[in-house]
Design a binder for this molecule. Structure first.
Ligand SMILES: [Zn+2]
Length: 335
């Protein structure tokens, strides 16, 4: 048993309380590689932002959970080296699907876990979440739970249809599980194809798809039922069209990739939404930079030659999200 506190990581409690009160949201960026981790840390340090680094099942399969845990420890030390005296970095398990995986992560130094029982019947979701909360809280680890189902594909999390969170369930669910934050479904979706073209309208000028708006009425109803309770949005990449265009220009094929417009996320960040998950945008930023670099430099074969611009592009994207969308810059609790 290793406590995250020994690694210099923090749980989400204080940063979520401050974010809900302050009308901003904490960025939750997924990471699988060293370059992503470096870009996240550089962006968080430069903007003086708290940050959640999260690990999905796909990341654990790709990079190994132990390695990712050591990378998070390295992230704390790297942030200090970059001049941040008191970094606020959370190592979070994204979409834990069993008590065992949550326990394993807590025991190896994660400071926050998500137990995703959203595909289970309501009472089973409560029982599983409650069990994880009891174990996690013994170790001062915070727990995110989920009510409602998001559409889309994220690693192993696949759902054809979305079911919006039912506001009438949230008080009972939060009270009986004791969870620290709640992921809800209000129209965001996993992956780089968040909406089918038939769900969208088309901009007559550009021919680009315009997605339907998020269900803010549901969000505000939930907020009314659970005042001040931290709410989480998954699947909140914006799928920047300039990155998609670069990918498609340099040999890629991502027709009609579409995300959540940033003005919708900006509006959500001002509410009780205090954690916004962004994964696909990092993948797109990395891939567009690599495709462009290799197309323009056919003689390059040293991975550092194309991974450096990829890292720079991800860092630029992370800073943009922190400063222009979530508003978590200059929000470290201890300067
Ligand atoms: Zn998710």
């Amino acid at each position: 048993m290793l406590s995250y506190k020994e690694l210099g990581l923090v749980n989400t409690r204080a940063m979520f309380a401050a974010a809900v009160k302050g009308g901003y949201a904490i960025p939750a960026f997924n990471f699988n590689t060293m370059e992503q981790m470096q870009a996240i840390v550089m962006a968080a340090v430069e903007t003086k932002s708290p940050v959640i680094m999260q690990v999905s099942k796909g990341a654990r399969n790709y990079a190994n959970a132990t390695i990712l845990r050591y990378m998070a420890q390295g992230a704390v030390e790297y942030a200090k080296e970059l001049g941040c005296a008191y970094p606020e970095i959370v190592l979070h398990l994204d979409h834990g699907d069993s008590f065992e995986i949550c326990k394993e992560c807590i025991d190896m130094g994660f400071s926050s876990v998500m137990i995703d029982g959203s595909s289970l019947p309501y009472e089973e979701n409560i029982a599983l979440t409650r069990k994880v909360v009891e174990y996690a809280h013994k170790h001062d680890v915070t727990v995110e739970a989920e009510l409602g189902v998001l559409a889309g594909v994220e690693d192993d999390v696949v759902s054809e249809v979305s079911h919006y969170t039912k506001p009438e369930e949230v008080i009972d669910f939060a009270t009986r599980t004791g969870c620290d934050s709640l992921a809800i479904s209000i129209g965001t979706s996993h992956g780089a194809y968040k909406f089918k073209p038939e769900q969208c309208t088309r901009d007559p000028k550009t021919g680009k798809l315009v997605p339907p708006p998020l269900a803010f009425d549901i969000l505000y109803e939930i907020e009314k039922k659970l005042p001040g309770f931290p709410i989480v949005l998954h699947g909140s990449s914006s799928v920047p069209q300039e990155e998609v265009d670069i990918i498609n220009t340099y040999g890629g094929n991502l027709p009609d990739a579409i995300g959540i417009p940033e003005e919708q996320l900006r509006k959500a960040a001002k509410s009780a939404v205090c954690k916004i998950n962004i994964d696909s945008d990092s993948r797109l930023a990395m891939t567009s930079a690599i495709r462009k670099h290799l197309a323009e430099n056919p003689g390059h074969f040293d991975p550092r030659q194309y991974l450096k611009p990829a890292r720079d592009n991800m860092k630029k994207m992370y800073i943009h999200k922190i400063v222009n969308v979530l508003g978590s810059n200059n929000k470290l609790l201890k300067q």
